[in-house]
Design a protein around this ligand. Structure first.
Ligand code: MG
Length: 478
C-alpha cells in the first residue's frame, strides 16, 4: 500500500513535470523573404493562417538568419554564427564536410531534457551518414536532406532526382514533379509526430523544402494565388502551418507549445517571378543587405506570448537554442561558447530589449557589416543578391553607415555625420573577426570531415564527391 501510494505520487510528479515542459516547434522556410506574408505587407498571395498566428502571437521585425541555407541551419542548430562552427557556405551533395557531430545541437540539448525530437524537411548541414539528423540529436528524420535544386542523375533510372530520406536511409528518389507533394507529406508527418507525442514534451524541427526553386506547389494550390507559382507555394505553406497549429489546438497543446515560424535567408531575387519578395528591404538571398538576412518571424504561444504583439529588438536564429533550453528549464554550460542569447524575456513581454544588442553579418568567413541598435555599419562590398554584383555605392571598402529606423532600405550613407558611431561599430567588427572570422581566428571550432564521401544514391555527379570543396577561408561563399 505504502509503495503504491509512493509510486502514485511519483507518477503524478512525472506527469506534472512533463506538463510543465513546453513543446517547441520551429517551422523554417527556405528562401522566404521579409515581404512574403500578409502580416508583413504581402498582397498578392493570401496567408490567413500565418496572419492569424501573428494576431495571436508576436511578430519579430529585426530577426536575422544568415545569407545562405547551410549557414543558417548551422546557426539555428548550434546557437552560433556559422563561422564559429566552420560552416561558412553551402554544402553540395556528397560533400566531405558537414556540421561537426561533436557540436551539441538544439535537439541534443532538448533530448537531454527529456524531449522527443523529430526533424522533417531540409537538413543541409552535411549528407554523409555521420552528419545526418539522427546523429545530431533527432530521434527521427524524414525529408530531402539538401536543396531541391541539387538533383543528380540517378544511374539506376537515368532521371534527375533528389533523395527522400527516412531516418538515415534513402526511402525514395523524387523527380522534380514528385516534389509537388512534398509540403503535404511533410505536414502529414508533422501531424503524426505531434499526435504520437502529445503526452510528453516534444521538439519538432520542420525546415520546409519550399519555397526554394524549383517551385512545385501542390495540386490543390496550383494557379490559386495571384502571384504565380511562388505565390501558390506560399499559400500551401500557409495551409501547412495552419494544420500544425490546428493540431496543437485540437490536442489541447496550444497553451503548452512555443511555435516559431521563420526563414533561412531572403528571397533569391535573380529567379524573377519564381522569387519571393524582401518587401521594403534592400537585396536578397546571398547578400548581407537586410533583404538577404532579415526574415519574417512569428512566435506563438497562447497565454504566454501576448496576442498581436511585436518586437523590433535584434534577434535571430542563433537565439533559438538558448531560448528553447531556457523555457525547457535547462541551463547551458559556459563551454562550448555560443553566440545566441535567451529571447524568452522578450517573447514573454518581460523586456523590450535585445539580449545581445549587436548583430554581425558574415558572408563566408568574412564580416561585411555590424548592427547595433538602429545603426548598421557596412565595412566591405556587398552584392545585391546571389548572382547579382554590388552596385556602385556598395563596391567600396570605405565604411558606410545606415540608420535602419529612419531608412530601412539602406540607401543613404550617413558615415560622415556620425564618426563616433562608425568608430564604435568598426571596433566591434574587429573584435569578432579576431575571434571567429578570417584566416586566423582565435576561437573557431572545426567542421566535421569525412575522408571518402559518397553520394546518398548511385548517381552521375555534378562534381566528384571526393573533391567536394570546402570554401577557402577569406573568400566569400556562395
Ligand atoms: Mg535558403
Amino acid at each position: 500500500m505504502k509503495r503504491s501510494i509512493a509510486s502514485l505520487f511519483t507518477l503524478i510528479g512525472t506527469a506534472m513535470l512533463a506538463a510543465a515542459k513546453p513543446n517547441v516547434v520551429i517551422i523554417f522556410m527556405d528562401d522566404m523573404g521579409y515581404g512574403d506574408l500578409g502580416c508583413y505587407g504581402a498582397t498578392k498571395q493570401k496567408t490567413p493562417h500565418l496572419d492569424r498566428m501573428a494576431a495571436e502571437g508576436m511578430k519579430l521585425t529585426s530577426f536575422y538568419a544568415a545569407p545562405v541555407c547551410s549557414v543558417s541551419r548551422a546557426q539555428l542548430l548550434t546557437g552560433c554564427y556559422g563561422v564559429r562552427v566552420d560552416v561558412p557556405a553551402v554544402y553540395g551533395p556528397g560533400s566531405g564536410h558537414g556540421l561537426n557531430p561533436k557540436e551539441v545541437t538544439i535537439a541534443e540539448r532538448l533530448k537531454d531534457l527529456g524531449y522527443a525530437t523529430m526533424c522533417i524537411g531540409k537538413w543541409h548541414v552535411g549528407d554523409q551518414p555521420e552528419f545526418l539528423p539522427t546523429r545530431q540529436g533527432f530521434d527521427g528524420y524524414f525529408g530531402i536532406p539538401y536543396s531541391n535544386d541539387m538533383q543528380l542523375k540517378s544511374t539506376a533510372t537515368g532521371q534527375r532526382v533528389t533523395p527522400l530520406l527516412r531516418d538515415d536511409k534513402v526511402a525514395e528518389l523524387l523527380t522534380d514533379e514528385q516534389q509537388r507533394r512534398i509540403v503535404e507529406r511533410y505536414t502529414d508527418e508533422a501531424v503524426r509526430f505531434i499526435t504520437a507525442n502529445k503526452d510528453k514534451p516534444f521538439f519538432l524541427y520542420l525546415p520546409h523544402t519550399a519555397i526554394h526553386t524549383p517551385i512545385y506547389p501542390g495540386e490543390k494550390f496550383r494557379g490559386k494565388s495571384s502571384n504565380g507559382r511562388v505565390g501558390d507555394w506560399i499559400e500551401e505553406v500557409d495551409w501547412s502551418t495552419g494544420r500544425v497549429l490546428d493540431t496543437l489546438r485540437e490536442l489541447k497543446l496550444a497553451e503548452n507549445t512555443l511555435v516559431v515560424f521563420t526563414s533561412d535567408n531572403g528571397p533569391w531575387l535573380v529567379k524573377g517571378a519564381d522569387s519571393g519578395s524582401s518587401g521594403p528591404l534592400r537585396g536578397g538571398k546571398g547578400s548581407t543587405w537586410e533583404g538577404g538576412v532579415r526574415v519574417p518571424t512569428l512566435a506563438w504561444w497562447p497565454g504566454k506570448i501576448a496576442a498581436g504583439s511585436s518586437a523590433d529588438a535584434i534577434a535571430g536564429t542563433i537565439d533559438l537554442l538558448p531560448t528553447a533550453v531556457s523555457i525547457a528549464g535547462g541551463t547551458l554550460p559556459a563551454d562550448p561558447v555560443i553566440d545566441g542569447r535567451d529571447l524568452s524575456p522578450l517573447l514573454l513581454g518581460k523586456s523590450k530589449e535585445s539580449p545581445r544588442g549587436v548583430h554581425y553579418y558574415f558572408s563566408g568567413y568574412n564580416l561585411q557589416a555590424v548592427r547595433k541598435g538602429p545603426w548598421k555599419l557596412a565595412i566591405a562590398p556587398q552584392n545585391e543578391t546571389m548572382g547579382r554584383d554590388a552596385l556602385p555605392d556598395a563596391k567600396t571598402r570605405e565604411p558606410r553607415l545606415y540608420h535602419l529606423d529612419r531608412e530601412i532600405g539602406e540607401k543613404t550613407n550617413v558615415a560622415a555625420q556620425h564618426p563616433e558611431v562608425v568608430k564604435e561599430l568598426a571596433s566591434l567588427g574587429e573584435s569578432i573577426m579576431a575571434e571567429i572570422g578570417g584566416n586566423k581566428p582565435a576561437a573557431r571550432r572545426p567542421a566535421g570531415k569525412v575522408a571518402k564521401p559518397e553520394y546518398l544514391y548511385p548517381a552521375e555527379g555534378r562534381r566528384k564527391p571526393a573533391k567536394a570543396p570546402q570554401p577557402k577561408p577569406a573568400k566569400d561563399a556562395r
